[in-house]
Ligand binder design. Structure first.
Ligand code: GUN
Length: 291
């Protein structure tokens, strides 16, 4: 039986550490860390994520600067919003919730964020440094950083291990693979064009599942004793629930927990860690700005 990795509990203790750091910065440096959270449009999932991020800021004493732009805002408006935030000294972190509406060039917007305030770690310079040996980005993307922190705080070593990342998105799959390489794992990336994903996944000591496919990874795909971090947040119909749906991961949890050594659940695994890492990056940025 796998040890269940309690992401909610771990994120809770990290939030306590962050609240203490915020207190220290405010009392000793007169600096209140500030995070600008920008959302463009009315996507329900994005609105939920943004609400959770803003609420978490309030819980630890970070000032959230809330910017809600209509879905038909021009690219120029979004760009100018970011440029204004870049020069606002009360803002230490800028988060532009993705995805953006299709008429806005995401690449252009992300590249316009000051790298010193890029708490999402999506600026090409920060990603580039993540990809290079001997270089350190100013910020590491929050979900990948949360995955590594779950492994670290569960006492799972990474160096020399075989890791398989399932998925190659810019937000999770690719950066988590780069991070694992930096931490000396031997890394494979499995994606939609991989002919026989099971044959690669079943050799892994560490599996990071970020495919966005409900229950894709079966119990018999997992090497006994492996550590499984499930990043999937897939909505499936469930008439027995009040809302008529529930969230499931990319891993068939009930089967997998009989085989794995460790497994993170959905919900309550990686999700809360993403938010904790965003707060961590914001406080680190505020601290750097006061140096
Ligand atoms: N959309 C899905 N995940 C993320 C994230 O971590 N940051 C931002 N900005 N948008 C997202």
């Amino acid at each position: 039986m796998a040890q269940i990795i309690d992401g909610k509990g771990i994120a809770g203790s990290i939030q306590k550490e962050i609240a203490e750091d915020v207190n220290f910065l405010s009392n000793n440096c007169g600096k209140v860390p500030g995070l600008a959270v920008v959302i463009v449009g009315e996507r329900k999932d994005s609105q939920t994520y943004v609400r959770m991020k803003r609420k978490a800021c309030a819980e630890v004493g970070i000032k959230s600067i809330d910017i809600d732009l209509p879905g038909d805002s021009s690219e120029e408006t979004v760009l100018q919003t970011v440029l204004d935030l870049n020069t606002n000294p009360q803002v230490h972190g800028i988060l532009v919730q993705l995805p953006l509406p299709l008429h806005i060039n995401e690449e252009k917007i992300l590249a316009s964020i000051s790298i010193e305030k890029d708490v999402d770690g999506f600026h090409p310079l920060n990603i580039g440094k993540l990809a290079m040996k001997g270089r350190e980005p100013l910020f590491v993307p929050c979900t990948p950083k949360g995955c590594i922190e779950l492994l670290r705080r569960s006492g799972i070593s990474i160096s020399g291990k075989k890791a398989v990342v399932v998925g190659r998105s810019n937000i999770v799959g690719l950066p988590v693979a780069l991070l694992l390489v930096k931490l000396d794992a031997t890394v494979s990336i499995v994606h939609t064009r991989t002919p026989d994903p099971k044959s690669i996944i079943c050799e892994a000591d560490i599996i990071i599942a970020a495919a966005g496919q409900a229950n894709m990874i079966k119990g018999n795909w997992i090497k006994p004793g492996a550590a499984v971090i499930d990043v999937g947040t897939n909505v499936v119909d469930d008439p027995s629930r009040k809302l008529g749906y529930r969230l499931v991961g990319d891993v068939a949890f009930e089967e997998a927990k009989e085989v794995a050594g460790w497994i993170s659940p959905v919900p309550g695994g990686v999700g809360p860690m993403t938010i904790a890492m965003l707060l961590r990056n914001t406080v680190d940025s505020a601290r750097r700005a006061s140096e």
